[in-house]
Design a protein around this ligand. Structure first.
Ligand code: ADP
Ligand code: MG
Length: 696
């Protein structure tokens, strides 16, 4: 057996950039792809856009200076020629590639200025009988200054000197028909000549499956361990006392649905435990999560503990504030409002009431999480639309004094696989039933060329006493954002240098257009740049029916609840994501009136936009839409890559490897129960340099 290679501090620093902090991490630094250097292609057969290895003689070599200093060489074999181009190169390369040298080259061919070319191919001097590689050549993810050759040497050394014992017990491997760890790892780093390149490239080879399984298992184990640890931490016991809750339920104009009762029972049980609850409440748009959260808040208040109820936007938080005040003031509970836009004095006043314990219910934006706000006895934190909050904010909450229970809510339905992977450390409750009496929203796709007809339809609906939304996309895609003090005319003017901005129908322009077209209607305008008092005033007027039409940016995306609104027009629907469209559409169909959602789109449509519009047109079910969204976009975008555990998966792909994820879930339970030592060793191998992961 070899001895471990000595690694210089300079190389160590480069390795750290790749996330390699322990020698063992080298083992799991797996190839991104493979190059096939096992055979030579005649240059004349090489197709642009493909990778190839060719061999020939340099027949011309020069340095050109336009547009940049470039080394250009012509390589010829018996039947063809190929140009090699190098932008940054050491002087020695020019010598190495001097005229008359015999060279073997690997790279991606493309059509260039001179004809067929390769840019920065891998080159080496050879003679007639230099042997070809016997197996595929791994290409590792790397960083500037760390060559494949050096990295490969280090990895080979690690493979030879470190223990590669299997962390998984034999019976489990047999049952799941997985290959052994050492063999899988060796194969991926040094594939034998007979391995199918495609099965390695697509990561479908048994060796890849083993590694992906291991990775998913480590993720599941770490979440389970985290979950268990939570069971050892202490939180206040908040058993139901039944005086507030029953009076609230009696005063409501509706009865809870079966699904609402079920999820409240789950939450209620958790709150009565001496350990912190971390529960995610999932329910499609309009399923009635707010009342469930309110019941949880009351159960906390009944026990003399405080509740922080947070939403990601002021509009949404304010709505909750108004709703809860209406429901709870008759019970003698007055909530305190706190948001970032309050004046300093008001903020201090609110913070004071929270700190003294004088108020038991604080509602607001994430300003509630700031340093200056300290709770007297926080028992429960409720976070609405939790996917809009970062993990950081989740952590801040957890660290505030004694540990509160947490209820997170989301109307972005999460595909099952994603929930299993990302939320495995949370308990999940699902409201899978809408309140009765809702009529499904009829969705219509209308081309922008028929805009006038849509105007007319909106007018007719409003004249009949209905209310409508007209939603415009935000102008931030090109870095041009709408400021409240910018008039529509200004937007137009500045848009001249930004043709994309000009194409967009801004909320302000639309507002003006509609106002001019329909002087008989009261039309409001809501967008993110309004100050909060103004925003609140507009929303209140719309809610009260004083405004018949509300022109808005996507600030109304989450949570706005105006049951009388029955028509929604979404302008430039082709620009919006599926989750967003579904959320927006959920703003209508909340009352008994027949509702419609018109998706106005501009042609030509990209393929992706067309696919999205088709899905949203065909389905009203948030879960089905989310599942399709996952297939269209991949998990990272769905929940924000940066903050997701999924993003930390390097090898597995939860949409493609659902079967492995299922196996890993079961295996995690089995290991923790029957082979705790193996579970420990497995986590150690995979998580050694990922402490953050274990604690988030
Ligand atoms: P979301 O789950 O999207 O947050 P909300 O909590 O805003 O939904 O509820 C949507 C609407 O349904 C509100 O007007 C709410 O008062 C009403 N609602 C909630 N539960 C019921 C129920 N069981 N029966 C009838 N209406 C209900
Ligand atoms: Mg809501």
């Amino acid at each position: 057996m070899n001895t471990p290679a000595k690694i210089s501090p300079a190389i160590l620093a480069k390795l750290a950039k790749l996330g390699i902090r322990h020698r063992a991490d080298l083992l799991l630094h797996l190839p991104l792809r493979y190059e096939d250097e096992t055979h030579l292609a005649p240059i004349s057969t090489v197709q642009p856009g493909t990778n190839a290895q060719v061999q020939g003689v340099i027949t011309h070599s020069e340095i050109t200076f336009r547009p940049r200093r470039t080394l250009v060489c012509r390589l010829q074999d018996n039947g063809g020629e190929l140009y090699l181009r190098f932008l940054n190169f050491y002087p020695s390369l020019q010598k190495q590639l001097a005229e008359g040298k015999q060279i073997r080259v690997v790279g991606e061919a493309r059509t260039g200025y001179y004809g067929l070319e390769m840019v920065h191919p891998k080159c080496r001097a050879v003679d007639e009988d230099t042997p070809l590689q016997q197996s595929l050549t791994p290409v590792y993810p790397t960083t500037a200054g760390l060559s494949q050759v050096v990295l490969r040497k280090l990895i080979d050394n690690a493979l030879e000197t470190l223990p590669l014992n299997d962390t998984l017990p034999e019976p489990l491997l047999k049952k799941l028909r997985l290959t052994d760890f050492a063999g899988s790892l060796r194969l991926l780093h040094n594939p034998p000549p007979d391995v199918a390149a495609s099965s390695l490239g697509q990561r479908s080879h048994a060796a890849w499956r083993r590694i992906k399984f291991d990775e998913l298992l480590a993720q599941q184990l770490s979440m389970r361990v985290h979950h268990r640890e939570r069971g050892k931490r202490i939180a206040p016991v908040l058993a139901p006392q039944h005086h507030f809750i029953d009076s609230l339920l009696n005063s409501l104009p509706f009865a809870l649905t079966g699904a609402q009762q079920k999820v409240y029972a789950e939450i209620s049980r958790d709150l009565a435990q001496p350990h912190p609850m971390q529960r995610l409440l999932l329910g499609d748009v309009g399923s009635g999560k707010t009342i469930v959260a309110t019941l949880a808040a009351l159960q906390t208040i009944e026990n003399g503990y405080q509740v922080a109820f947070m939403a990601p936007t002021e509009i949404l938080a304010e709505q909750h504030f108004l709703k809860l005040r209406e429901w709870l003031e008759p019970l003698g509970i007055s909530p305190v409002w706190l948001s970032g836009s309050l004046k300093k004095k008001e903020k201090q006043l609110a913070a004071g009431r929270i700190a003294s314990g004088e108020t038991l219910l604080a509602i607001g934006t994430h300003a509630l999480l700031q340093e200056q706000v300290s709770f007297h006895r926080l028992g429960l934190a409720i976070v609405d639309e939790q996917h809009k909050f970062g993990v950081q904010q989740r952590l801040a909450l957890r660290n505030k004094g004694s540990e509160p229970h947490q209820l997170m809510m989301s109307a972005t339905p999460i595909p099952r696989t994603l929930a299993m992977s990302y939320y495995a450390d949370l308990d999940v409750s699902v409201i899978d039933e809408l309140p009765p009496g809702r009529t499904p929203v009829a969705t219509k796709l209308v081309s922008d060329t028929r805009r006038e007809e849509v105007f007319e339809r909106v007018r007719a609906a409003c004249m009949e006493g209905q209310q409508a939304y007209w939603v415009c996309p935000l102008i931030d895609e090109n870095g041009v954002s709408v400021k409240a003090n910018v008039s529509a005319a200004n937007v137009k003017r500045s848009g001249r240098s930004q043709p994309e901005a000009l194409q967009l129908q801004t909320a302000m322009e639309t507002h003006e257009t509609l106002r001019a077209a329909f002087p008989e209607l009261n039309i409001g305008l809501a967008h993110g740049k309004l100050d909060s008092a103004e925003k609140a005033r507009v929303m209140a007027a719309f809610k009260a029916g004083e405004l018949q039409l509300l022109v808005a940016t996507t600030v109304i995306e989450v949570g706005v609840d105006v049951p009388n609104a029955s028509l929604m027009v979404i302008d430039h629907a082709e620009r919006m994501g599926l989750a967003q469209l579904h959320q927006l559409r959920g703003r209508v169909g909340r009352g008994a009136a027949e509702s419609a959602c018109v998706l106005l789109f501009q042609q030509p449509l990209s393929e992706l936009a067309r696919a999205r519009l088709k899905i949203i047109y065909e389905s009203n079910d948030g879960f089905a839409i989310a599942q399709q969204d996952l297939q269209l976009r991949g998990p990272g975008e769905l929940i924000g890559a940066r903050q997701s555990g999924v993003a930390m998966l390097r090898f597995a792909d939860i949409s493609a490897d659902e079967d492995l994820l299922n196996d890993a879930r079961q295996a995690a339970d089995e290991l923790l129960r029957d082979f705790p030592g193996a579970a420990q060793a497995h986590l150690q191998r995979w998580m050694a340099s990922k402490h953050d992961y274990l604690h988030v």
